[in-house]
Design a protein around this ligand. Structure first.
Ligand SMILES: Nc1ncnc2c1ncn2[C@@H]1O[C@H](COP(=O)(O)OP(=O)(O)OP(=O)(O)O)[C@@H](O)[C@H]1O
Ligand SMILES: [Mg+2]
Length: 318
């Protein structure tokens, strides 16, 4: 039975098509849904977790239709929402016990102890969750999500706002979850994480899939080298045979080229002639950032895109 299957899944809010004819087939893997702010990631997760009814199309989880058999779907999934969702006035252990009771687990003590240990929270289990750091709260939410041994786990931006060490720790735990045969469906804005940890990624823009595949496949679809140009002032577009514009982000413009070494001096000349002031140029291999920018960058910027670019800039500096 396919873990997550959607056909033409569509959600409209009035005239706005937030998710547009999404076809997905996901099986025992870490699948990352990437996209700028407002591109439809959370709306997709809400439909797949039975919390929002679609306008058109269908979705099934482990063979159960989300509209026709929502209780069966809920039995085999768990969902960690984008915003933190622990009760900060309860201890970590109490939070876990509430979840265990909600799922009807009769004698949850051993399971709760085991999961607190897995998420490295045993020594703080009896402290109020309000005294936890952001990373600890996220680990507690992951522990809660595992209490009824779900087959499919939905994580909406599991590592947002966490420092590099906390992000790495969360990822180690997510990887452990997949080793037990779970399917992970997650959204993220962190391209490096998606590249490193996701088996496959889907990039959506304005609710539509712009690219889908393994990170390696997507990167290899770009030409061989990437030339990154740092500019003083605004970018004046150039056209050059053998170099393809990828995108522009915070004073940096990128191009892909079959042969970066040959393209570099030609590109420098073309940029100068077009009136650009070039501060620096460098050559590197394509990253998922480039795939993302090429997939969504040329389209009209949705609401919130500035914030996304700002986040990307922060992430790049990390
Ligand atoms: N309940 C709602 N009513 C009206 N419009 C909505 C509603 N929920 C979401 N939208 C709109 O649908 C679009 C997709 O929103 P969604 O929250 O799915 O984006 P997202 O990709 O998760 O963004 P982010 O990266 O900021 O979390 C946005 O334009 C949003 O304003
Ligand atoms: Mg969202």
């Amino acid at each position: 039975m396919t873990a997550i299957l959607t056909e033409g899944l569509t959600k409209k809010f009035g005239n706005l098509c937030a998710v547009d004819s999404l076809d997905l087939s996901i099986e025992k893997e870490i699948f990352g849904l990437l996209g700028p702010n407002g591109s439809g990631k959370t709306t997709t997760v809400l439909m797949l977790t039975t919390l929002l009814a679609q306008t058109k199309g269908s979705a099934s989880i482990c063979g159960h239709d989300t509209l026709l058999a929502p209780e069966k779907v809920r039995d085999c999934i768990s969902y960690v929402p984008q915003d933190m969702a622990v009760d900060t006035n309860l201890t970590g252990r109490e939070n876990m016990l509430v979840f265990a009771r909600l799922y009807g687990i009769s004698d949850p003590k051993d399971k709760v102890d085991e999961l607190l240990a897995v998420m490295e929270l045993s020594d703080r289990a009896d402290d109020l969750a309000k005294t936890y750091s952001g990373g600890m709260r996220r680990r507690l939410e992951l522990a809660e999500a595992l209490v009824h041994e779900p087959e499919v786990v939905f994580l909406d931006e599991p590592t947002i706002g966490l420092d590099v060490a906390a992000r790495r720790s969360i990822w180690n735990h997510i990887r452990k979850m997949t080793k037990k045969g779970m399917t992970i469906f997650m959204t993220t804005h962190y391209m490096d994480e998606a590249d490193q940890y996701c088996d496959r990624v889907g990039i959506i823009s304005h609710g539509k899939v712009a690219a889908m595949g393994t990170p390696q496949e997507l990167k290899s679809r770009l030409m061989k080298d990437v030339v990154t140009v740092t500019l003083e002032g605004e970018y004046h577009p150039v056209m050059l045979e053998g170099a393809v514009f990828v995108g522009e982000s915070e004073g940096t413009v990128s191009f892909t080229a079959g042969n970066g070494r040959e393209a570099l001096p030609l590109l420098a000349d073309a940029l100068k002639q077009a009136g650009n002031c070039v501060k620096a140029m460098s050559l590197r291999e394509p990253s998922l950032d480039d795939v993302f920018l090429q997939s969504v960058g040329k389209q009209e910027e949705p609401k919130g895109f500035e914030e996304w670019k700002f986040r990307m800039m922060l992430h790049r500096r990390n």
